[in-house]
Design a protein around this ligand. Structure first.
Ligand SMILES: Cc1cc2nc3c(=O)[nH]c(=O)nc-3n(C[C@H](O)[C@H](O)[C@H](O)COP(=O)(O)OP(=O)(O)OC[C@H]3O[C@@H](n4cnc5c(N)ncnc54)[C@H](O)[C@@H]3O)c2cc1C
Length: 568
């Protein structure tokens, strides 16, 4: 198959890849800067229905109450992040989160839960010194995404649904747009753009049990990696302690929200023991996500897991009225799979959840390459070694908006960059290669191998030998994926799309493993059983840069521009 007959071309001022909170806020803000700008959003799924912002249950952290303060939110964020956050980014998040929540209400039409006096209700979330999580019941993401979708439909933004970014178009060291692919149409689309935003939401789906939406596959990060964009702290990947276990169903890994533990849930191992009493006698089930996930993992690994290899969560002692009244979404979700959260214990497992590491950005979302911006989960640095619940969606909304503003400013008076045919052809031919020469392997089997490898060797508990093995195996898996059996034709071809997914997941997974091998300490979500202590000399960021075709890790001291960690 050749590419000539299936390439279409498009020009736009701004190209936004991804339509979660970050992508849609970027589109909104770019248009607010100038209605003349041509803004195009390409989304792998459907507008308003895809990505993890829609899945947000708990809510959005911001300082609204007079007794709360930016300083408190900032301290919680950097403490939670193991003090390796980029403090400029973290402070920007904290400072701008309140204005964006008001904007979501006043401009996009969201309505969050209220106190009796009409002020916005804010609830408790783990790791916070003040109750500052804005929410709409336990289904906050649906409120945000439905309204942002409606806003987009009434705007002049062009939306390409079921259209995935495949690779960035790079010419003379500048990003000039991207090569897209219409999943249903089977046509490539070479889009020239003055500025391009990566907002594809990371790739925690590389693990056997994971919580993010299924279409996410680390595409944005993998595109950036191939283009040689610098990355930061790729080893930092968060596991949520309470993902549902529903056998081989795709629902496995879907979350029971943190508020359950906050409200007093108990966790039991297979022997009926409240094991958190051993791991964290003070906080028990209210310990942070990393501590609970690791404890549960160690229980399961020691053979003390539940029937299906997890642990049990139990809220029945809180009373039916309380559970039904406060967690209707969670009760319904459990009921859908035949579990009774109100009266019975439910089987859960740690679930790969969120990438703190990602593309290195400035506060205006610029990356290390001209013409390319990144925001939301594709970008790294805001959360350091661990993200607080409630700071993720705030990150996407705040930095998405900033990216839109910055991109609009950056393209003013800039000419449309040229893209040579050779650049487009080379990329199309690479992606079409499996049709010309392929093995007999199913890509779906390779995907399962990848997920198992990441879970077993690059997961919650890591060590040097496992990581070294994983890196070698990931290289091999990427090669096998690129040659797997591609199916027939290009339109609606699940196998060929999965090849692209697995190649990208292996690329990002390898970066996670390589970075995890470099960090010889335990900090935040990164736990090395061969280096279990947190080492103060490791108050460093691991910045990955490509030099002379080779990726190198630079260990850069964290800049404590606002706050020093205690004792340093
Ligand atoms: C179950 C769950 C619950 C959560 N609850 C909370 C919470 O309570 N509070 C909180 O702060 N955070 C929460 N998070 C985290 C939060 O969802 C994320 O931090 C945030 O939504 C990420 O936003 P984003 O815009 O970067 O990506 P997403 O919202 O994930 O959007 C990514 C978009 O990119 C698209 N895409 C993917 N690949 C491509 C491609 N190749 N080309 C084009 N488009 C592409 C997707 O279709 C999607 O539209 C939760 C996450 C999950 C999974």
């Amino acid at each position: 198959m050749t590419a000539d007959c299936i390439i279409e071309r498009l020009e736009t001022d701004l190209l936004i890849l991804g339509a979660g909170g970050a992508g849609l806020m970027a589109a909104m803000h770019a248009q607010l800067q100038s209605r003349q700008l041509r803004v195009t959003v390409a989304v792998k799924g459907l507008l308003g229905q895809s990505g993890c912002t829609r899945m947000v249950q708990g809510g959005y952290n911001c300082v609204l109450h007079p007794q709360d303060s930016f300083e408190k939110h900032f301290l919680d964020t950097v403490k939670g992040g193991g003090w390796i956050n980029n403090q400029t980014l973290a402070w920007t998040l904290v400072k701008e989160a309140p204005a964006r929540i008001i904007e979501l209400e006043n401009r996009a039409g969201c309505l969050f839960d209220r106190n009796a006096d009409g002020t916005i209700h804010q609830k408790a979330f783990a790791g916070q010194s003040f109750d500052r999580t804005v929410h709409k019941g336990d289904l906050t993401g649906i409120e945000i995404m439905s309204n942002l979708r409606d806003y987009m439909l009434e705007s002049d933004v062009s939306v390409l649904e079921e259209t995935r970014g495949l690779d960035l178009l790079v010419e003379d060291g500048r990003v000039c747009g991207a090569l897209l692919f219409g999943i249903r149409t089977g046509r490539f689309l070479a889009v020239r753009a003055k500025a391009t935003l990566l907002a594809t939401g990371g790739g925690a789906t590389m693990y056997r049990i994971s919580s993010p939406s299924l279409e996410k596959a680390g595409d944005g990060m993998a595109m950036a990696w191939r283009a040689g964009v610098p990355f930061v702290d790729m080893e930092m990947l968060q596991f949520h302690p309470t993902g549902l276990l529903v056998g081989s169903s795709i629902a496995t890994g879907g979350l029971l929200e943190e508020g359950l533990r906050g409200a007093g849930a108990y966790l039991y191992n297979g022997a009926g023991e409240r094991y958190m009493e051993r791991y964290d006698p003070e906080k028990k089930e209210r310990a942070t996500r990393d501590v609970i996930s690791r404890s549960s993992f160690l229980e399961i690994r020691a053979g003390r897991g539940s029937t299906n290899g997890g642990v049990w969560i139990d809220v029945s002692h809180l009373g039916a009225k309380f559970v039904e009244g406060n967690f209707p979404g969670m009760v319904e979700r459990c009921r859908d799979y035949g579990f009774d959260l109100v009266h019975d214990r439910v089987e859960v497992s740690p679930s790969a959840h969120y990438q703190m590491g990602g593309v290195r950005i400035e506060a205006d979302c610029r990356t290390g390459i001209e013409g390319l911006f990144a925001a939301g989960e594709d970008a790294g640095g805001v959360h350091g070694g661990n993200r607080l619940g409630g700071n993720g969606v705030a990150d996407s909304i705040v930095f998405g908006a900033r990216a839109g503003d910055a991109m609009a400013a950056a393209v003013a008076g800039v000419a449309m960059p040229a893209v040579s045919q050779a650049v487009v052809d080379t990329l199309c031919e690479r992606w079409l290669r499996p049709f010309a020469r392929h093995s007999d392997e199913s890509i779906f089997g390779i995907r399962r191998e990848l997920e198992n490898l990441m879970w077993d060797r690059v997961g919650i508990v890591r060590n040097a030998s496992g990581l070294t093995t994983a890196i070698a195996q990931l290289d091999r898996l990427a090669e096998r994926a690129a040659q797997a059996r591609p199916g027939k034709g290009l339109a609606s071809n699940a196998a060929w799309n999965e090849i692209a997914n697995v190649v990208n997941l292996a690329t990002v997974g390898r970066a996670v493993a390589a970075s995890a091998l470099v960090r010889t300490e335990s900090r935040g979500a990164h736990y090395r059983e061969d280096y279990p202590a947190t080492d103060p000399s490791w108050l460093r960021n691991i910045v990955w840069r490509r030099r002379d075709g080779e990726w190198k890790a630079d260990l850069e001291p964290v800049e404590f521009s606002r706050l020093q960690p205690p004792g340093v």
